[in-house]
Ligand binder design. Structure first.
Ligand code: ATP
Length: 225
């Protein structure tokens, strides 16, 4: 299922919530390739402070190195304009010559999906794969999904497809929203940044290579959420 799966994020820094999400999504959907896409200038994050895109890109590279079928896609970091998912999808279509793709979002991101740039077009162009994040749309009911994608609606549901525990919803736009039954991991990049700033350990919450990079580059010493 799918030639290309896109997993985007700020990755400031990338952590085990992202990484288990990438691995378990790959195990369930078995795409040819998962593209991990660090945002260049994330329009959703209204924080004043951001780690330079080059550092977030490098930490992402270090974290996924050696994970089979997973590649870092630097398109958003390399462009100077804001990172809009719809444009990344269009770029993936151009580069890989396929519309057999899906975009992974955590359930917290689905909650705010109607604020995404050209979100109805995203739902027309690609499938959305939703992974659970504790405290956000727990259980992912039909009503919650419809509220999150309005005015697009769900026209059909197939349970246990493409594998047990998954719920696949058909949208009136000819694409699907697929909810995956993967492990919930209660960790956020905000928590990692706060811990580093407070001098606490982040061992086992991020890969060792990323931890070493943070120390070497003195990232997150000051904590501005
Ligand atoms: P921050 O704390 O800085 O807001 P974050 O931890 O939410 O960051 P992002 O880089 O914004 O991380 O997330 C990228 C994508 O990964 C989003 O779709 C988000 O919903 C998802 N995601 C982040 N953390 C988790 C997690 N622990 N479990 C599942 N999905 C997650």
């Amino acid at each position: 299922m799918y030639r290309v799966v896109i997993f985007g994020g700020t990755f400031d820094p990338i952590h085990i919530g992202h990484l288990r999400g990438i691995i378990e999504t790959g195990e369930i959907l078995r795409p040819e390739k998962i593209l991990v896409v660090p945002a260049g200038h994330p329009p959703h994050k209204e924080t004043k402070y951001h780690t330079p895109p080059e550092d977030r890109l490098e930490m992402t590279r270090l974290a996924v190195r050696g994970i089979e079928g997973v590649e870092v896609f630097d398109y958003e970091v390399k462009k100077s304009s804001p990172s809009y998912t719809i444009e990344t999808i269009e770029e993936v279509e151009k580069r890989y010559g396929t519309n057999d793709h899906a975009v992974v979002v955590g359930s917290d991101s689905l909650e705010t999906f109607t604020t995404w740039h050209r979100y109805v077009e995203i739902l027309e162009k690609t499938d959305l794969v939703v992974i659970p994040r504790p405290g956000h749309l727990d259980g992912l009911t039909l009503e919650e999904v419809e509220r999150s994608i309005a005015p697009v609606s769900i026209t059909g549901i197939v349970r246990d497809f493409p594998s047990p525990g998954c719920v696949t919803m058909e949208t009136g736009k000819g694409r699907r929203i697929v909810s995956l039954p993967i492990r919930e991991i209660n960790v956020s990049a905000t928590e990692i940044r706060e811990k580093v700033a407070a001098g606490k350990s982040v061992k086992f919450l991020i890969p060792r290579e990323v931890e070493n990079y943070i120390i070497e580059k003195k990232l997150y010493r000051r904590c501005e959420k």
